[in-house]
Ligand binder design. Structure first.
Ligand SMILES: *Cc1c(COP(=O)(O)O)cnc(C)c1O
Length: 381
């Protein structure tokens, strides 16, 4: 039997809620299920305001509009991330300044940020890679000192937390001025394509609703706060239909189940492969003491590119699909056309050596054991 890298989880209740949404006769956005999902994020994650979007990419584009990013502005982004983290700001004309990853974790190197800031820097976009928090105390204090906004790319970070120096534990996405989550089918909670914008700074709430609704004040109108609505700002159609929201609601109801399964799989891999790390043949992910883990991803770090290629082949011969990502954005074709060269040694290392193992809610224990054993055999050979 082959083991795929990912299999999107379906709770079985999605069609029930979609049926309910359809039977109301109104399936455009901002209806009953959209409001249920948004209220859930506000209550459970402590974001001040949540707006469902059709993707995390869209939520990031809303951030670029809200921050009035213009040509000439600079935005600091890690290079080891998905394209959207940078693209949303590039579309508004920003110059992307790439930061390196930490030596012990693919997340942004907080210590490198200060040197990248100029008078043109508008925002920093930390990515909570694999759902593991960046050091938000450091990032927020640098941002506050220089009057810069922080947008958390929390695409992988649902149900994950950061404990600050004050001892308070906060959900990722509730700390920066703005945040963006993804419900793409490769994420822990999914609706095919989807996401939400988290707003933690009151100054952005009213305008975000306008940008979300094609530049109109329709949301205010529907609340009865004004007696007609019109075109008042820039924007787009960022809100998903009720069909998507109804699907997402079924997933949110099952969040605890999904998360306990994913975290257990992560733990089993970790326990099984720890002896290999102790022997010094591979490295596992390091979770800093201020961060939690949410079972989004399990990865190993091989010695070099050749070893990783051989390990992928070894697993593939046994019908197991393990994949790598990302190609460093600072070296991508699109970016290099107009921009400067960055030297990012940690990014280069993760690009060449990081390998992700199968991890999804329905993956059974025997399969996790089999994948682990094959990796152990590979290194013992
Ligand atoms: C998945 C992902 C995105 C994009 O999410 P979409 O919902 O597909 O737009 C952005 N950033 C990171 C770090 C991601 O993992």
């Amino acid at each position: 039997m082959s083991i795929p890298f990912n299999k999107p989880y379906i709770t079985g209740k999605e069609v029930h809620f979609i049926y309910d949404a359809v039977s109301t006769g109104h399936i455009s956005g901002n209806g009953k299920y959209t409001k249920l999902c948004q209220a859930y994020f506000q209550e459970k994650l402590g974001v001040k305001k949540a707006l469902l979007t059709t993707s995390c990419t869209d939520a990031l584009e809303m951030c670029a509009l809200l921050l009035d990013i213009k040509p000439g502005d600079e935005v600091i982004v890690p290079s080891y991330t998905f394209v959207s983290t940078a693209l949303a700001f590039v579309r508004q004309g920003a110059k992307i300044v790439f930061a390196d990853s930490r030596s012990d974790h693919p997340g942004i190197d907080e210590q490198s940020l200060e040197a990248l800031i100029t008078s043109k820097t508008k925002a920093i976009v930390p990515v909570h890679y694999a759902g593991v928090a960046c050091d938000m105390d450091i990032i927020m204090s640098i941002a506050n000192k220089h009057n810069i906004f922080v947008v958390e790319d929390a695409a992988q970070a649902i149900d994950s937390f950061y404990t600050g120096k004050d001892g308070v534990t906060r959900a990722l996405g509730s700390i920066g001025h703005l945040s963006a989550f993804s419900f793409h089918e490769t994420k822990n909670i999914q609706c095919g394509e989807g996401g939400f914008l988290g707003i933690n700074d009151d100054r952005f709430v009213a305008r975000a609703e306008v940008i979300w609704e094609k530049g109109t004040n329709r949301a205010e109108f529907f609340r009865g706060e004004i007696n007609k609505y019109g075109w008042v700002d820039t924007g787009s159609s960022f809100l998903p239909s009720e069909i998507t929201a109804a699907f997402l609601w079924a997933q949110l109801e099952a969040l605890e189940h999904i998360q306990s399964k994913r975290k257990a799989i992560w733990k089993t891999y970790y326990t099984n492969l720890k002896p290999l790390e102790a022997k010094g043949v591979l490295k596992l992910s390091k979770i800093p003491e201020f961060a939690s883990r949410n079972g989004h991803m399990f990865y190993v770090l091989c010695k070099d590119l050749e070893e990783r290629t051989a390990l992928i082949k070894h697993l593939k011969l046994n019908s197991i699909s393990a994949v790598f990502h990302y190609l460093a954005l600072n070296k991508s074709e699109y970016y290099l056309e107009n921009h400067q060269i960055f030297t990012l040694p940690n990014t280069d290392r993760y690009e060449a050596t990081l390998l992700r193992l199968p991890l999804f809610c329905d993956l059974n224990v025997e399969d996790v054991e089999q994948v682990s054993q094959l990796i152990i055999n590979f290194y013992n050979a």
